[in-house]
Design a protein around this ligand. Structure first.
Ligand code: FRU
Length: 494
């Protein structure tokens, strides 16, 4: 009898342990679930919003549908982190709301967050203020887009909508995505936002975050194959020089043509009123050559290191974004990137590198990739000479191929799972600057995301890919040097 009891107790204990273990191990373990990239626990996400640093916390707000796994009911989701890699989910910060009189709904579209250190708006010193596009609609038919304000006196945990919203209205159906920052030389706030269908960035100035005056605009240049969205304007140091430049980046067309969305940027000067690009050329300079990097903006209030700029983008593309085969979430944010400007005899460009903190996730160095089976996130560096490839393969004959041919670095995802959308299958290429005999790529692989940094950051290519198997091997052909292979520790533990 006693023996039976002991046995029963032991098996009950074991079952308890097992179910606890199962609970622990199933969190963020679904097929395709990124292990080191930010994803919401469930539902649809698009643009990063209101990236701001306050009192030791990096805030990430994001376009979020609280009710489903496709775009709709746009609200601001919220998470915080102390290192930009490990995130704590917080309740939805700003929700879609209804106008009781008209019956119209207002979705909370993309926007910005700032810390009002000196109480210029009158809601209190150090209030967190969000300025976002209030998109009014009836049954998803857009009526108008204006800019509105909300504020939080408890570090973003709870929010109040300003009672005299909107704060900026030019009576247009499309007018959106404000980015606001403090412009020290003129002691004022600056807002950059777009009139999407006119391919125009407008700049406004304000002393109190509520009354805004138009000060300038930027248009008639670059890629106008898709509407302009999510502009950002920031000052960056030029590497190895004691000078800085202003960068205007925005989302719109893609180097592969109008079927896809992508990002471009301009380098020049900002005088507090308007932006002027340096180059006489009107052709676009793209920020990314992969398909899955969009709506990226930089952090506000990183004043612990004045010139530091960290950017985060949405890892998806509007062309197929609503159909990617992930559940119960859809879309990820990129690994945060540190930006700088580099001047060479070949021109001036934006350099992007994953934040240095990523190295802290390295758990094990892999000396030889020959027999290694990768099941979680990892990174590697490869030096590809002419006509060589390195690829990720599965036992199901799937392959994601990185190749270097005639100065072009390409990522080929045609041999991955593509049938969920006819436009997903693709080969994306970037012509490496100066056509060197070899190209160095640092590749971060995370279940269904590949982020590639070319020649220490002269270009980045971000691609989603979907394999039926979660066991990956690496394969190289030709004269390829693979080094710096590390397993990366997942950030989603419960
Ligand atoms: C960009 C965008 C923004 C808009 C938001 C709506 O991806 O279209 O222009 O504010 O998404 O979710």
């Amino acid at each position: 009898m006693n023996k039976i009891l002991v046995l029963l107790c032991a098996s009950a204990l074991l079952a308890g342990c097992q179910s606890k273990n199962q609970e622990v191990s199933s969190y963020y373990q679904e097929l395709y679930r990124p292990q080191i990239h930010f994803t919401p626990e469930k539902n649809w996400m698009n643009d990063p919003n209101g990236l701001v640093y306050l009192d030791g916390e990096y805030h990430l707000f994001y376009q979020y549908n609280p009710y489903g796994n496709t775009w709709g009911h746009m609200s601001w989701g919220h998470a915080v982190s102390t290192d930009l890699l490990h995130w704590q989910h917080l309740p939805v910060a700003l929700r879609e709301y209804q106008d009781k009189q008209t019956g119209d709904s207002t979705m909370i579209f993309s926007g910005t967050a700032i810390v009002d250190k000196n109480n210029s708006a009158g809601f209190g010193a150090n209030t967190l203020i969000s300025i976002f596009t209030s998109n009014t609609h009836k049954n998803n038919q857009g009526i108008t887009q204006h800019q509105s304000l909300a504020y939080s006196n408890d570090k973003g945990r709870t929010w109040k909508y300003y009672d005299k919203n909107p704060i900026l209205d030019i009576k247009r159906k499309d007018f959106r995505d404000p980015k606001v920052f403090w412009y020290e030389p003129q002691q004022k706030w600056v807002m950059a936002l777009v009139i999407p269908d006119l391919f125009t960035v407008q700049f406004y100035g304000s002393k109190n975050l509520i009354d805004w005056q138009l000060t300038g605009s930027f248009k008639d240049v670059g890629d106008t194959t898709r509407v302009w969205e999510c502009p950002d304007l920031y000052e960056l140091p030029i590497e190895n020089e004691n000078k800085s430049k202003w960068v205007l980046s925005l989302s719109g067309g893609h180097p592969q043509g109008s079927k896809f969305v992508g990002m471009q940027y301009f380098i020049g000067e900002f005088d507090g009123n308007t932006f002027q690009k340096d180059s006489a050329s009107h052709s676009p300079q793209y920020l990314e050559y992969g398909k899955d990097f969009y709506a990226a903006i930089v952090y506000n209030n990183l004043d612990y290191a004045k010139n530091k700029k960290i950017m985060m983008g949405w890892v998806n593309n509007w062309t197929y974004g609503n159909q990617i085969p992930t559940s119960p979430w859809r879309s990820a944010m990129s690994i945060p990137r540190e930006l700088s400007v580099v001047k060479t005899y070949n021109g001036i460009f934006l350099k992007q590198q994953p934040i240095a903190g990523l190295e802290k996730l390295r758990t094990k160095k892999i000396e030889s990739t020959d027999n290694e089976i990768f099941t979680s996130a990892f990174e590697f560096t490869a030096e590809l000479t002419e006509e060589t490839t390195v690829s990720l393969v599965t036992d199901e004959n799937e392959e994601l191929i990185f190749s270097y041919v005639e100065g072009e670095l390409s990522i080929d995802r045609t041999k991955t799972k593509t049938e969920f959308n006819p436009d997903f299958s693709s080969i994306d290429s970037y012509s490496v600057k100066q056509y060197p005999p070899s190209v160095k790529i640092r590749v971060i692989i995370d279940q269904s995301i590949a982020e590639v940094f070319v020649n220490d950051g002269e270009m980045a290519l971000t691609e989603q890919f979907f394999f039926t198997s979660t066991k990956l091997k690496m394969k190289a052909s030709g004269d390829v040097k693979i080094s710096e292979v590390y397993l990366l520790d997942g950030v989603w533990k419960k």
